[in-house]
Design a protein around this ligand. Structure first.
Ligand code: SF4
Ligand code: SF4
Length: 467
């Protein structure tokens, strides 16, 4: 069903003020969030630990905004990109910029994979951009400055297409979305003389822009790259675009071929979400941190450097070892009749995605529900220093009745999400043409690897929440 035929949805997406006005509103919100974090920091680690929830800007950015755009991507596609203020800024910067062709290394996707790794290992685990409001504000400003610089040099949406790790992650999660943006009637596109949706002369229009994400609507095969910016709909003289409902996970059955950098990106994200979920429960956190803690204490490494080394072990060494085991096993059972080993790794990454996304949703829900008690105080003391001091001194008791009441429901939701992810993985495993290219032995190893990965979350959630 084409949702653009529904009066309010079609009217909204065709409106000349959409998504311009929401982007401007989000830009104001973005500026307010940066202002709300700037200068808010502390030297006492205990206070810093509490500030991440007591500072209103930090609470919104990490505990609600980020989780909500993850959930939105899985259910609705890259809807966040539609209203993202950075896209608007890059449009204006690109219009006056040098408009150079992006180099191959940018287009390969490896830069965004490396950038995301740096954000996690250096930004989150070493500089604590997710804990210290001031660091969060600097991080957001850094993203804006980087986006402007890239757009001043390269043509089209180079930042959105090749640098932005948020868009990249949302694009991969959008493969699961039950909605898709495509050309409606292929024959109209074939006979279309003007090709307004792609022509270069329309690239820098504010409204009715041709696609600057290098897509031709009639050739879109999956949800990874379309920002749902709605510009091609406005540019097309025939309004030959549909935004339609489909079966969830549909892109997994189309013979999708992940790019090598995307495989690296998925493997990294898969290790990040393991940390995100296991760090919620003290028992699983202790197990996860056993090796990194022993390694850093044996070498006498402390402070931020210990966090940095632990992050390297958790996010680079552990996944690399796991992948190595998988490759060795696949090598042992593969023969020349099946697809090459590189294809097996790509298939493995694809099969991991539903579980990675499911774990990400669970983490998002856990985060949003557990931070409810902070809202009242964050709204009355927006910079959060006084609230953090009162909590640390024991003079402020948080009212946790709402999050406690939600505990059983959230446990059930988490279990249901994990089971849905497992069911989806099994269906992809049995039906996807990408999986069927492999011989029986390799398929068995892939299944073993994916089930082992799923079990990390299964064992944690079921023991922690129901044990
Ligand atoms: S989407 Fe519209 S403008 Fe683009 S080729 Fe098809 S008919 Fe032409
Ligand atoms: S295909 Fe259309 S909606 Fe998607 S990014 Fe390109 S112009 Fe925007």
């Amino acid at each position: 069903m084409n949702l653009l035929k529904i009066k309010y949805i079609g009217g909204l997406f065709r409106a000349s003020w959409f998504p311009l006005v929401p982007q401007m509103v989000m830009l104001i919100v973005f500026i307010l969030l940066v202002a709300g974090g700037l200068g808010v920091t502390a030297s006492d680690p205990d206070l810093i630990y509490r500030l991440r929830y007591t500072n209103l800007a930090n609470l919104i950015v990490w505990s609600y905004w980020w989780p909500l755009i993850i959930i939105a991507a899985i259910f609705l596609g890259r809807l966040w990109c539609t209203v993202c203020p950075v896209e608007l800024i890059t449009y204006y910067a690109g219009k006056i910029g040098l408009k150079r062709q992006a180099p191959h290394i940018l287009k390969s996707g490896w830069i965004v994979t490396i950038f995301y790794t740096l954000i996690w290992i250096v930004g989150v685990h070493t500089l604590a951009v997710n804990r210290v409001p001031h660091q969060m504000a600097l991080y957001m400003l850094m993203l804006i400055i980087l986006a402007i610089d890239i757009s001043l040099i390269f043509q089209n949406r180079a930042f959105c297409s090749y640098i932005c790790p948020v868009g990249h992650l949302l694009g991969l999660y959008a493969l699961m979305s039950p909605f898709e943006w495509r050309a409606d009637d292929q024959s109209i596109c074939s006979n279309c003389k003007t090709k307004d949706c792609v022509v270069k002369k329309n690239h820098y229009r504010l409204i009715s822009r041709s696609c600057t994400s290098n897509l031709y609507p009639a050739a879109i095969k999956d949800n990874r790259d379309c920002l749902l910016c709605t510009q091609c709909l406005k540019a097309c003289p025939y309004k030959n675009i549909r935004f339609s409902a489909r079966r969830p996970f549909a892109d997994f059955f189309t013979g999708i071929d992940l790019r090598p950098a995307e495989v690296g990106f998925i493997l990294l994200v898969s290790s990040f979400v393991v940390f995100e979920i296991l760090s919620e429960w003290i028992v699983s956190l202790d197990i996860l941190m056993w090796a990194p803690d022993h390694f850093t204490s044996a070498l006498g490494i402390t402070g931020s450097m210990a966090n940095f080394v632990s992050a390297i072990i958790m996010f680079i060494v552990f996944p690399a070892l796991a992948l190595l085991v998988l490759i060795v096993l696949a090598q042992l059972v593969s023969d020349e009749k099946g697809a090459p080993l590189g294809a097996a790794i790509r298939t493995f990454a694809l099969l991991l995605l539903p579980t990675v996304a499911g774990a990400h949703i669970i983490k998002s829900i856990l985060k949003m529900s557990s931070q409810i008690p902070f809202w009242r105080h964050a709204l009355s003391d927006t910079n959060g220093i006084e609230t953090a001091q009162r909590i640390a001194a024991g003079t402020l008791e948080l009212n946790k009745s709402a999050s406690d009441a939600l505990y059983p429901a959230i446990s059930l939701i988490a279990a249901a999400i994990l089971l849905i992810a497992l069911a989806a993985t099994m269906q992809i495993f049995c039906k996807s043409v990408v999986v069927q290219k492999h011989t029986g032995g390799v398929k068995f190893v892939l299944l073993l690897g994916v089930l082992a990965y799923w079990s990390i979350f299964g064992l944690t959630i079921f023991n922690w929440r129901f044990g």
